[in-house]
Design a protein around this ligand. Structure first.
Ligand code: ATP
Ligand code: MG
Length: 171
């Protein structure tokens, strides 16, 4: 059996990591879709699909998880065809894991079994919270796998976010 997990992973954090490891242990294979793959260098989407790809693959490899495929998928901005867009890019899957109501609805309408994944420390293990901490110079490193800390350092991710927040308007 093959499972599907979808996220934006801006950045990949320990909440995603716990859920994905759990699914990977229960299924033969897990397909991880990196959504909004075309986006980067925006305050709510700072990292490229390639950067997110290595965050996920290095973190899973470090923990000995090998039964995954990562597929970046760009937005189509048409909910009615979104599932078939994803189907055209991924291996066939039997079960879809999501906590997002719209994603659940769209996959159910196409006949998929959709399951909810448990939340882990959602208050802190949250992309929004991690980006906020990066911007404010607070400590964020404990909220992501070690490999993600290394990738963010390699690409100067924190510096990028801070530059994105600057404006050319004098205050
Ligand atoms: P953002 O705040 O940028 O939306 P996010 O933390 O919600 O980031 P996403 O990439 O949007 O991360 O989420 C992908 C999937 O991971 C969603 O189904 C989301 O509900 C789930 N998820 C997010 N945080 C956790 C967590 N702490 N534990 C378990 N699942 C999580
Ligand atoms: Mg989210």
């Amino acid at each position: 059996m093959r499972a599907l997990y979808i996220g934006r992973f801006q950045p990949y954090h320990k909440g995603h990591h716990f859920v994905i490891k759990e699914i990977a242990s229960q299924f033969d294979e897990i397909v991880i879709v990196i959504g909004s793959a075309q986006k980067s260098h925006e305050l709510s989407d700072p990292f490229t699909a390639g950067e997110r790809y290595i965050m996920i693959s290095k973190s899973l490899r470090d923990d000995g998880v090998l039964n995954y495929y990562i597929v970046p998928v760009i937005d189509v901005n048409r909910n009615a065809v979104w599932v078939s867009h994803i189907e055209s890019l991924i291996p066939p899957v039997d079960v879809v894991f999501t906590n997002n109501a719209l994603v659940e609805r769209l996959f159910k309408e196409e006949g998929y079994e959709v399951r909810k994944s448990p939340f882990f420390n959602r208050r802190e293990y949250s992309g929004t919270e991690i980006r906020r901490r990066m911007l404010n110079g607070e400590s964020w490193e404990d909220l992501v796998p070690k490999a993600v800390v290394e990738v963010v350092k390699e690409i100067d991710g924190v510096g990028r976010l801070k530059d994105l927040a600057r404006t050319d308007i004098l205050k």
